[in-house]
Design a protein around this ligand. Sequence first.
Ligand SMILES: [Zn+2]
Length: 213
Amino acid sequence: MSLRGAFFPGGRRNWIQFPGVYVSDLRRFLDLPEDAPAPARNLADHFGNIVRAATAGGPGPAWVSALPCRRRPGRSRCPGRIVVLRSELRAQIEWGCDSCDDEGVISGWEGTQFDLRTPRPIRHLGAAGEVLVPDEVAAALRTLTLLDLDCQRLVYRATALDEGVALLADQEQFDELLGHLAAEANHEPNRRRQQRLDRSLAVLSSALREAGA
Ligand SMILES: [Zn+2]
């Protein structure tokens, strides 16, 4: 099913098609009606996460984020990761899957809640360390709802490597992230999500201990 024009009454266009590339205006996705179909909501989440990843660090060359591709060719998940590019000169965020041909350009993201840039300079890192975690942990971290801006940046700067997902931060930021993770696991009424968060907490804590050793 094509999503184009499918979920806004009156056939308002959400996409402008350039040769081979879709430009989507994030503002169109911010106030989806209550009864918006799931594919529209999923797409809005996907675009929001791409903007978070692209704004978690400064502008620069394209890099491979930890975000999974949303495509499911033949009903199995595309194994690809989302490559993001935010250059200094262009207001648009470019993205593409590193495995399939899914790609696009996002505009209208500035000043939205997904924009993780900050007017103040990014806090200087102490002795920064890189910690490798499995995909499930990186995905669980993206579900945390009460992260401050620094922690959100840490989570969305996560880079996909062959051997796992790399998180880069200093000890203080990692401690803050662990605190958020523990607190949210503690207050989670859903047993399955709580177990998922607890497992992630255990894995991240031991990865940090190993990295510090
Ligand atoms: Zn893909």
